[in-house]
Design a protein around this ligand. Structure first.
Ligand code: GLN
Ligand code: ZN
Length: 757
């Protein structure tokens, strides 16, 4: 039995990758130096995998920005606006596509399946694809020459690539398959000629919902590819959920199938047990969680492995992570500041490689070969399990009594609307903002000083209060109707709450790539979540004391906190969401008791938690909605609950959004207003709603005429009685002048609209 890997983090131990790229972009690193720095990071990653004892090492998974972009560029799919005229595309074209230039807007970027990694969306249009290089081949040759590693080249699969691309109509799919087939064939052919034996073809799309026609496309693609390079063996890799249509997929003419045995809800193992596994094929057994950061329960993994070896010969199994390790931080070795029980229970990429090697060893020579390691793993997991952090009596009782926890408001929306109208008496088309105001360098530097202890609490509080006061004054001058305090005290909308709730930890170096050179360091939810002290009351109450206008309390919702964290793996996510929800409810109640009458609970990440397969959507939405409602349902009818979401794909989850039962919702829309408006033609939505009337992502100050167009368009399908006027999202990334100017125009556009409607 062998151990294998599917992809290794690119960012380097100390995020050297990010630093090199950003210095290059800033013009402070020569191109040659960039190449050599990135090469060093790439080779170090390969070397680590080798040293950890991994038999099958992926090559070609490394990138200068994004592996989907690499694939598009390799196929010459470079949109015309980048002025590429032929030959071999250089770095400037590559980075222009990723980041845009003054002349050409960047390619769109979107989430890679249900992860927080973002890829660059390939644009197909009418460009004729052609090979401009062979990235997997270069990587294969380099690993061999430099390190003597016989790597397994990785390619984004043809069907996944096409399904993630845009710029073609559904009926052109088949012709695009035919256009790309010879290119994939050529890449494989060249690899074969260079001596590669295996190629890993990533087709995560095979874990999404696929209909019969799509399945036919897939089968057509793989019969063609296997004929195009008969000497090369294809490892067809699925991940992130169970493979859809297991029987058909496993029968494809490839030499190996990789399956995820962690995030499949047990489906892959059941499918194999029921239908068997095709003789002669290799099984890539994704046993180690490539998405989570916890040390594996090696005993239970061995159990699965034993079940598999009852069906597939041990020498035909590769033990591997459930997906590329791109989604976890590099090494837990540096987390010395964490409490030892927690630290011992962590496994980042490098520790996962060790687990893979151990499992393969046990698979070959029996569990006794790793007895000591099995015990150590068991011990560290049970120590964390027994630690007080996971055994809060109060949380346990609350979760046991979950069924009796209120998760809907006592009054109907109709009744609440009446009570809220009486209380607030807001004008038609009320204006507000989404929560944050500019996080200036001064604010960040103040926070740094305070964290380092250079500033006392009193000093920092006074500073934050002064910011709040300034912006309450500005909101009142601008003539907004509903104010916010501005979120100056927050570094990040999840971290801020995580630092105050129990059960959260923060790593020193647990970075993962989010997009391009941008990395995030998700909080770790390791224990029971409880509110230990009010989190937002002081700032909100202070802001409210300065004005008669309502100030919205501002919280991050349970589902977003969950989806943007690494979550403990001993409990269903659903239960962790309820724990967070119940803690947030206390905060909501504390705000209400302190006289705050409007409370916004943001859920920008609700949508990204959607499972890949449609059939699993209802179950997820069900508990996600319940968690949100649990946190917001105990308030009085005259207390107005707001929520905010940053995406416009609204149509397919509109029932769930309605079910949140928020009195007012604001949604990011300005970049795709048309589509969103259409969805309101098909569904009726009766609660308060604000569709962002301008895009906050750009420094450009939009004129009021532009906003008028947005308002008029929205009011064709929504009633002026329910419509709110606000920007698209929070304003933390904007400069003060831009913010003030844009909001002034927004208030002006509202004034005109009030005269009209
Ligand atoms: N209230 C948050 C803010 O304004 C919302 C951020 C978000 O939607 N991502 O910054
Ligand atoms: Zn937003």
């Amino acid at each position: 039995m062998k151990s294998g890997n599917l992809g290794y983090p690119r960012i380097g131990r100390e995020r050297e990758w990010k630093k090199a790229l950003e210095t290059y972009w800033a013009g402070r690193l020569e191109e040659e130096e960039l190449h050599s720095e990135l090469k060093a990071i790439r080779l170090r990653g390969l070397q680590t995998q080798k040293e950890k004892g991994i038999d099958v090492i992926p090559v070609g998974d490394f990138t200068y920005y994004d592996h989907v972009l690499d694939t598009a560029v390799m196929f010459g799919l470079i949109p015309e606006r980048f002025g590429f005229t032929g030959g071999k595309p250089d770095l400037s074209v590559y980075f222009a596509m990723a980041r845009g230039t003054r002349e050409a807007t960047a390619c769109e970027m979107t989430k890679w399946f249900n992860t927080n990694y973002h890829y660059i969306v390939p644009e197909l249009s009418d460009i004729e694809p052609r090979l401009t290089g062979n990235k997997p081949l270069d990587a294969y040759l380099e690993a061999k020459a430099e390190l003597g590693i016989e790597g397994r080249p990785v390619l984004v699969g043809l069907y996944t690539f096409l399904k993630l691309s845009k710029g073609y109509a559904a009926e052109q799919l088949k012709s695009w398959i035919d256009r790309l087939l010879p290119l994939y064939g050529q890449v494989l052919h060249e690899l074969e000629a260079a001596g590669a034996e295996w190629v890993q073809i990533d087709e995560p799309i095979l874990s999404t919902t696929l209909d019969a026609e799509e399945l036919q496309h897939v089968s057509y693609i793989y019969s063609r590819l296997s004929a195009a390079a008969p000497g090369i063996k294809l490892m067809l890799q699925t991940y992130f959920e169970a493979a859809e249509h297991y029987e058909a997929i496993s029968a494809l003419p490839v030499h190996g199938i990789g399956l995820d045995f962690v995030h499949d809800g047990g489906r892959n193992l059941r499918a194999i047990s029921q239908h068997g596994f095709p003789g002669g094929k290799l099984l890539g057994a994704g046993l180690i969680d490539g998405r989570g950061i916890w040390r594996a329960d090696l005993g239970s993994k061995l159990g699965t492995l034993t079940a598999l070896t009852g069906i597939v010969a041990a020498d035909h199994i590769i033990v591997q992570p459930s997906c590329s390790l791109l989604h976890v931080p590099v090494s837990a070795e540096q987390e010395l500041a964490l409490e030892p029980t927690l630290r011992e229970a962590l496994a980042f990429a490098d520790e996962k490689l060790e687990e893979l090697a151990l499992l393969a060893k046990a698979g070959s020579s029996g569990p006794d070969a790793i007895r000591r390691e099995l015990e150590a793993a068991e011990q560290s997991r049970s120590a964390l399990q027994q630690s007080p952090s996971r055994n809060s009596k109060q949380v346990k009782e609350r979760i046991a009594g979950l069924a009796s926890q209120p998760s809907s408001r006592a009054e109907s929306f109709e009744e609440r609307r009446k009570a809220q109208r009486e209380r607030w008496n807001l004008p038609l088309l009320p204006t507000t903002t989404i929560g944050s105001f500019p996080q200036t360098p001064e604010i960040r530097s103040a926070r740094r000083k305070w964290r380092k202890g250079e500033w006392s609490d009193t000093q920092y509080d006074a500073f934050i209060k002064a910011e709040i006061k300034t912006w309450i004054g500005l909101q009142s001058e601008l003539g907004l109707d509903v104010f916010v305090h501005g979120e100056f005290e927050r570094n990040d909308m999840v971290e801020f709450f995580g630092e105050k709730l129990s059960g959260f930890a923060f790593t020193a170096n647990g970075w993962v790539q989010s997009y391009g050179s941008r990395c995030v360091k998700p909080p770790v939810i390791y224990g029971d979540v409880e509110l230990t002290e009010p989190m937002t009351v002081a700032e909100t109450v202070y802001a409210q004391s300065l004005t008669d206008a309502p100030v919205k309390g501002m919280l991050t919702g349970p589902v977003t906190i969950l989806n943007w964290s690494f979550v403990r793996d001993d409990k269903p996510r659903e239960e962790v969401a309820y724990q967070i929800a119940l803690a947030l409810r206390e905060e909501v109640e504390a705000l209400e008791a302190a006289g705050i009458g409007m409370i916004q609970v943001d859920e920008p990440a609700l949508r990204e938690g959607l499972p890949l397969k449609r059939e699993h959507w209802p179950a997820y939405l069900d508990w996600a909605v319940r968690a949100f409602r649990m946190s917001t349902s105990t308030v009085k009818p005259e207390t107005q609950i707001h929520t905010h979401m940053c995406y416009s794909e609204f149509h397919d989850i509109i029932e769930a959004i309605d079910a949140l039962d928020a009195d007012v919702i604001s949604i990011e829309t300005s970049r795709s207003h048309g589509e969103l408006i259409e969805s309101f033609e098909k569904h009726t939505y009766e609660k308060g709603i604000g569709l962002g009337v301008y895009d906050i992502h750009s420094p450009r100050v939009p004129g009021s005429e532009e906003m008028t167009v947005m308002i008029d368009r929205a009011l064709r399908v929504l009633s002026p009685d329910q419509f709110w006027i606000n920007p698209d999202c929070g304003l933390k990334t904007r400069k003060a002048e831009e913010t003030i100017a844009a909001l002034r125009n927004m208030v002006h556009a509202t004034k005109l609209a009030r005269e009209k409607y």
